[in-house]
Write a protein that binds this ligand. Structure first.
Ligand SMILES: Cc1ncc(COP(=O)(O)O)c(C=O)c1O
Length: 448
């Protein structure tokens, strides 16, 4: 069957009248109709009514097998009953925002220090964006230097310090409205390119405050950093006297209890956390060496906080219950998620092959991303955002594949997402069947 983009959009719209009318209102009330650009869908986003386990339901009653899982936050699935019940109880019996200290924040901080190799102390905030902003500030304060090296394509939230080199061509500011001087404080390096990055590090020398990167890179198809690359970063930052910062907002507690730093056996000076750490509620954290975190104590030289809602009791409780569950089930849970991830990546590539569509599926553990390889790049290894940009049709993945999968009841972002504990055998089979239907529809329309 041949179905054009227009036909797919027609089917999508016909089944989503309720979402469409909300969308028209949304565009009048919010810039572009959304409050996070990534939530935009072409031709219009669907509006979610509820979520449970691995499934979403929209306002028109359409059901979707979800792999976005709340920006990868829900490692146990949407609203696991033991977390939801404890929160409902806390909400009605205890209150939900004190703006003062609570027991759970201490217990969560202690647990993070116990689980994450570099964490000797923690400071909480409410998002990953704030966490990376504060990590950069700490690095500059601790070293008395200004330059931060970040990976080309690295996404650390849209904070003004790190809003550079995010999108192709991976250079310069990604937004208007930044101070021209801010650019002097950031240099960019190519992820997983050891030699070039080493040269950049040496050139920056004693101007370097720190290096920040995702050791499992989101925009890089969730590809893990090469251990030799990380080892070089660790050795060079130590030699230069700069800090190594891992942004583990996605990978923290996701690729393993101790995050990517444990998996890849390189310990940074600071780590930023988010997503899983709040158990599905808003939370971010900066953790790391005691002497660095101590700079932020009251009366200390570095200001971290503000944050009316930092350590919100619901976020702390949800995070604590989630991390405790992960800790007590780690022996089987992480190998299980990894196995599911490997199976799914294999299924994507096999299904592509069966339909004559050159798909590659990259990822680490439960994280995956699908790519349509360009004709001339079929053998190319994908190890960085630049590789993906040069060798794949990323627009096909983000538009055509996304829409064809939505129409078939699966919600993907960047052709992938994060498998949760709620994705069972039934869901895995549903995904493969939906992919087969989507590829059948897209086959004749795929880019040459
Ligand atoms: C690696 C990474 N760092 C930081 C952030 C920003 O986190 P938040 O959206 O909670 O502000 C994100 C969000 O997607 C992320 O993926």
């Amino acid at each position: 069957m041949k179905s054009t983009d227009t036909e797919l959009k027609g089917i999508y719209q016909k089944e989503r009248e309720g979402s469409y009318s909300l969308w028209k209102r949304a565009q009048r009330a919010m810039a572009g109709g959304v409050s996070h650009n990534i939530r935009m869908v072409d031709p219009f986003p669907f509006f979610v009514k509820s979520a449970r386990g691995a499934w979403l339901e929209d306002v028109d009653g359409n059901r979707y097998l979800d792999f976005w899982m709340g920006h990868y936050a829900h490692i146990l699935g949407h609203r696991p009953p033991f977390v939801a019940n404890a929160l409902a109880n806390a909400l009605t019996q205890r209150g939900y925002h004190f703006g003062l200290l609570n027991r759970e924040e201490v217990e969560l901080a202690e647990l993070i220090c116990h689980l994450v190799p570099c964490a000797e102390m923690v400071r909480f905030c409410t998002s990953g964006t704030e966490a990376t902003m504060y990590a950069v500030r700490l690095a500059r304060a601790a070293t008395g230097r200004s330059v931060i090296l970040k990976a080309k394509g690295g996404w650390h939230g849209a904070n003004s310090d790190l809003c550079f080199g995010i999108h192709p061509p991976f250079e310069g500011p990604d937004s208007k409205g930044l101070l021209p001087k801010a650019e002097e404080g950031v240099s960019l390096f190519p992820f997983n390119d050891t030699e070039t990055t080493k040269e950049i590090l040496r050139e920056t020398g004693d101007g370097l405050a720190g290096v920040i990167l995702e050791p499992v890179m989101g925009v890089g198809g969730f590809v893990s950093a090469d251990p030799a690359f990380l080892k070089m970063l660790r050795e060079e930052t130590e030699r230069i006297g700069a800090l190594l910062i891992f942004d583990e907002v996605i990978s923290g507690f996701r690729v393993g209890l101790g995050g990517a730093q444990e998996m890849l056996e390189v310990t940074p000076d600071l780590v930023t956390l988010g997503k899983v750490v709040g158990g599905g509620f808003p939370a971010g954290a900066i953790a790391g060496k005691r002497e660095i975190l101590e700079l932020a104590r009251p009366g200390g030289p570095v200001l971290i906080g503000g944050g009316t809602f930092s350590c919100n009791p619901l976020s702390m409780l949800a995070g604590l219950l989630t991390l405790r569950f992960l800790e007590s089930n780690a022996n089987w849970l992480y190998p299980h998620l990894k196995e599911r991830g490997e199976l799914l990546r294999r299924k994507v590539e096999e299904t592509g092959e069966a339909f004559g569509v050159p798909l590659r599926c990259t990822g680490t553990g439960s994280l995956f991303m699908t790519h349509l390889m360009r004709e001339e790049c079929q053998e190319k290894e994908l190890r960085s955002p630049q590789d993906i940009e040069e060798s794949t049709h990323s627009q096909w993945r983000d538009r055509e594949l996304r829409l064809a999968m939505l129409v078939n009841g699966v919600h993907l972002l960047h052709g992938g997402g994060a498998i949760s504990l709620a994705h069972g055998e039934k869901e895995m089979a549903f995904f493969t069947e939906a992919l087969e239907r989507a590829l059948r529809v897209l086959k004749e329309g795929k880019p040459q």
